[in-house]
Ligand binder design. Structure first.
Ligand SMILES: [Zn+2]
Ligand SMILES: [Zn+2]
Length: 144
């Protein structure tokens, strides 16, 4: 089943219809880096802002999308169920977010949980810092 098929199935089994706005929001986020609400509203095109907000609210409730917190701001992305498990590297200068996927990290997390006799249900890891482009743009005196 494709991500889109499992999305429509989830909507239907939860008692919601597959509307143009819901489809547009899902497809705009699919296979993309996390987006701000602003980027999402731009990305869906003709759908009005209120419908996008309502779809986002519903999707958060149904576990279709989640917030990626970046300082006091956040971006939106599809949950692991639709995007696969991954973590982020976030640039604190330009706001760019890059997904990373590292088996070694997942193994370490599983091992850590076992060490503490803990049954993990979820985890979040995010690396903040400067991306390659922003490191290059930094004035010399700001580098330490
Ligand atoms: Zn950057
Ligand atoms: Zn992980």
């Amino acid at each position: 089943m494709s991500a889109f098929e499992s999305f429509t199935l989830l909507l239907k089994t939860s008692g919601y219809s597959v509307t143009a706005a819901r489809t547009a929001v899902f497809k705009t986020l699919l296979d993309q880096e996390p987006m701000s609400m602003h980027q999402l509203v731009e990305g869906v095109g003709k759908i009005d802002r209120a419908s996008v907000y309502r779809a986002v609210e519903l999707f958060e409730r149904l576990g279709v999308l989640q917030r990626v917190n970046i300082g006091w701001k956040y971006k939106l992305e599809l949950t692991d169920k639709f995007a696969g498990h991954h973590h982020h590297l976030t640039c604190t200068s330009c706001g760019r977010t890059v997904a990373m996927n590292e088996d070694e990290l997942e193994r370490l997390i599983a091992k850590l949980a076992a060490t503490y006799d803990f049954k993990p249900s979820a985890h979040q890891i995010e690396i903040q810092g400067l991306c390659t482009a922003c490191q290059a743009n930094l004035p010399a005196q700001a580098r330490s």
